[in-house]
Each structure stands twice: as C-alpha cells, then as structure tokens.
Ligand binder design. Sequence first.
Ligand SMILES: CC(C)(COP(=O)(O)OP(=O)(O)OC[C@H]1O[C@@H](n2cnc3c(N)ncnc32)[C@H](O)[C@@H]1OP(=O)(O)O)[C@@H](O)C(=O)NCCC(=O)NCCS
Length: 374
Amino acid sequence: MTEQLEISSLQLPNNLTDSDAADFLEAGLLLDQIRLETWGNRDRISDPETRLVSWRQNDYSRLEVFLGKLGGKIVALSWISLPLHDNLHTGFMSVCVAAEHRKRGYGQLMLETVEKYAAAQGRSVLMSSTEHPADFDPATIAVLEPKSGTGAIPQFDAGVRFSLRHGYQLEQVERFSELRLPIEGAHLEELLRAAEAKAGTDYRLEFWQDRCPERLAESFAVANSRMSTDIPSAGLAVEAETWDIKRLRDMEQRFIEAGHRIDVCAAVHVPSGQIAAYTYFDYNQKKPQLISQEDTLVIREHRGKRLGMLVKAANVRRIQEELPQLEKAITWNAAENDHMLAINIELGFAPAGYDGEWQKDLRKGPANEQLDSD
Ligand SMILES: CC(C)(COP(=O)(O)OP(=O)(O)OC[C@H]1O[C@@H](n2cnc3c(N)ncnc32)[C@H](O)[C@@H]1OP(=O)(O)O)[C@@H](O)C(=O)NCCC(=O)NCCS
C-alpha cells in the first residue's frame, strides 16, 4: 500500500543559517537531485543563496512551494510562481518526485495541490517546463512535436507522459545550447568587424555592470518591456509585461543580493539617445567557469543591421577579457527563433538539450489531443 503523503506549505527562512531553514535546504537538495539526474552536471542548478533571494516575494512575483513528506522527509515538491504586476491570469508551476518514490501517485497529488491553489488565486492558465538532454535521435525514438511545429522532445519521458496525462499541451520547444569559451580571438574579431560595418555610425556601444546608468534607465525599461512581447511565444498565453525604472531597479537589486554579476552591452542609437539593442550575461562566482547568456533584443525599428551580433560579440569579448577562467556559456532560444539561433550558431553555440514548454487552461477539461499521439 502506498504510504500517505503529508503535504504542507514551505515557510521561507530569513537566512540560510536560521534554525527554521531545514525544510528550505532539504527542498533545494531534491530539486538539485532531479537536475543532476537529468543533466549529469550542476550547470542548471541554483545555489541556496540565489534560490532564497529568487523565492522571496517581491512586488512582481510570488512563489508558493508545497512539500510532500513521508516520515518527515521531503520526497516530492511542487511550486508555482505567480506574476503580480501583469499576466495575472497565469502561473508557472513545476512538480517533482524523488526517483525512488515515483509511480505511486505522489506526482499527481502534488500537481492537484498546486492546481487547486492556482485556481483559488484566480489563475486560469498554468505553464510548466520539462527538460531533455540532446542525447536522443528523433529519427529512432518516438518524439512529440509542439503545436508551434518546430522542435521535438522524447514522447516517453516521465515528465512528458505526466504533463500529457494531466491535460497540459506542448506549445513550444526551446533549444538549450552551450558555447565553449574562449571563442578564438580572430573569429570573434571577424564577427565584430562585419557587424560594425553593417550597423554603421548611427550606433555606439555602452557597457555596464549590475546597475544601468541613470541616463539610460528609462530606455532600458522600455527595452525590457519589448523583450516580453518580441520573443516568439508560440501559443503560450503571455501578455506584455510593463516595465518602468522601479521594476528595473528592483530586478537589479535582486541580482546583487543573490551574489550575481550582470554584464550588459547595449547599442545606443546616437541620433535619438535610445537603446536600440541589448544583451546581458549573468555570472555567479560560485560557478566560476560558467556564464549564462540571457536576454538579447533588437528593438523592431532597428532590426536587419546586425545589432544582435554586434552587442553579443562585443559582450563576449568583454567577458573573455574580464573573466578569463570561463569555460562555457549556456543559453535558451525558442526552436523557431531562426534569427537568434543563426547568430548563436555563428558564435559557436551547439545544442545541449531541449525544454518543453507546456500550458493548461484550468477552465477546460483534461481532454488533450496530443495524448492521442501515444
Ligand atoms: C513527472 C514526475 C513528477 C511524476 O511523478 P510520479 O510521482 O511518478 O507521478 P504519478 O505517480 O502521479 O504518475 C506517474 C505515472 O505513474 C502511474 N502511477 C500512479 N500511481 C501508481 C501506482 N500506485 N502504481 C503504479 N503506477 C502508478 C501514473 O498513472 C503515471 O503513469 P504514466 O507515466 O504511464 O502516465 C516525476 O517523474 C519527476 O519528478 N520527473 C522529473 C521532473 C519532471 O519532469 N517534472 C514534470 C514537470 S512539471
């Protein structure tokens, strides 16, 4: 007989060293274990300090974590992140069960807990991700294609089966890519020179770390809003995010508190003084050989001038000079995002995996046409 799972809400400690931090730390170990199992490395694993900062409520999002315990030990977990400023109809959730406790219905219980909570909070659309290393051959195993039509993930993965069974639809596949660093100097200079030549003299590059200079802050907030609308989102029910300087400063402060270093490179349109393109790296000293390539955006009116390559290549050159110990950069792109992928491939990024992006409308029943493809 399956043992009764005790489900409770996680209370976040103020500090990692507080006496009530045990559940938080144990929950983190379960999440780490799942990622280690999937990827065989710690690249996508957060350290506890970062996790504590990112799990704390702020003006823009709130996280609720549910613990599933057997005999006082955490064996299952679900969490949901609720946007508080925009996208109030949505929640991003995740469920996991320790490998040795799977196939006993605990995943379903944790999912029901989080879905019930989301509905009570007035959220009607839930999204989630599954993660898949690129070690499968779509020609020889059964794969599931997203509704967006590009990319594929293994159909018989436990997370895929679980998502389908519970009424989630695979909307999109994101490619997870790795770049070996350093990029060879001559190749990088060649990419930079070609991008500079195409961009012309209307743009100048600006670099900053952690905090955007005040004179560019408003323009950077606008660029951050555009990032939420301009990346391909397939059928995911995401609305535009509204950014102002307060939101920007709040995000910067949270990165600083988590011990991260953010290196931004922006192309400023000289005639207007506005940001035309930007990109940033997220670096955590606790993983000194690794850097994460985050947002890259060229504002629509400035596209077609190689500004995407210009800011990215210039930022790579800068971090290679400042952080010579780096060995690898990682990044994510929608599988259908041809323009961004083309730039990344020229820089040397290669696929390391695929993330499935799932969505369920809680107002609809569990019917799922993708399940019929079993
Ligand atoms: C996906 C995941 C959460 C499922 O956890 P779980 O506890 O095994 O989930 P359940 O037991 O509710 O259901 C899993 C399967 O076990 C079956 N099952 C449930 N109770 C069972 C029982 N008593 N005996 C045998 N099988 C059982 C379910 O029918 C389901 O079958 P299916 O895979 O053929 O669809 C788990 O595999 C996991 O943590 N994976 C890594 C993280 C992940 O991918 N999460 C999903 C993203 S939200």
